[in-house]
Design a protein around this ligand. Structure first.
Ligand code: GRF
Length: 213
């Protein structure tokens, strides 16, 4: 039995692709049960369809408020027997009642070393702050934006000539390793939440492998 994932996207879907590729390995302990997009033109939907995955569009504009939008997503995830929800470039703030309902079964990937630079314009702000190292974070989701117990992080150097685009691209390659590794750790039951942090049984060395630039 593999852990059934629901992946929520809004656009390009390169992290979705990383999860699709990981799930193709015979020993990977998770599979994608449903891809949900709030946009019907998301390129990630094509990736999902190419891979033969079940997809559904829940357009936020069809709902009166964020609660009703999140309730519909919740219904579709439950219909697909999803066990872990992965936000992968999902660009809508999701209602607190959804976050509470899926607490500890809802994860996100963010392109900075949280708690630094939550929110939008991440790379612009990292460059403006003059940080020498940035990276990505996979974390459990809590109601405050881009907060919650950290599962994995991976660091990259910030180079003198970096632009937001070059830094984003360097971090993205790390995202594509970190997200499948974090899902694997959860699916193998190696991640325990302890208050605001997680404790990881890292027998296979993902933490150290992911950590280095
Ligand atoms: C990634 O940088 C992710 O960290 C952020 O949104 C971007 C999504 O990219 N949350 P993609 O759609 O997975 O290519």
């Amino acid at each position: 039995m593999t852990l059934r994932l629901g992946v929520l996207i809004s656009g390009r879907g390169s992290n979705l692709q990383a999860l699709i590729d990981a799930c193709e390995a015979p020993d990977y302990p998770a599979s994608i049960a449903l891809v949900v997009s709030n946009r019907s033109d998301a390129a990630g939907l094509d990736r999902a369809e190419q891979a033969g995955l079940k997809t559904t569009v829940v357009d936020h504009r069809d709902f009166g408020d964020a609660q009703a939008f999140a309730r519909e997503i919740d219904t579709r995830l439950r219909e697909a027997n999803v066990q872990l929800v992965c936000l992968a470039g999902f660009m809508r703030i999701i209602a607190n009642e959804f976050v509470d309902a899926w607490a500890d079964r809802l994860i996100n990937i963010h392109p900075s070393l949280l708690p630094a630079f939550p929110g939008l314009k991440v790379h612009e702000r990292a460059l403006a702050a003059g940080v020498r190292i940035s990276g990505c974070t996979v974390h459990f989701v809590r109601p405050e934006v881009d907060s919650g117990p950290i599962i994995l992080q991976s660091a990259v150097p910030v180079l003198p000539k970096d632009t937001p685009d070059t830094l984003a691209a360097r971090i993205l390659t790390k995202e594509h390793q970190c997200y499948p590794n974090a899902v694997r750790l959860i699916a193998e039951g190696r991640v325990k939440i302890d208050g605001d942090r997680t404790v990881i049984d890292d027998e296979k060395g993902y933490l150290t492998a992911a950590d280095c630039p």
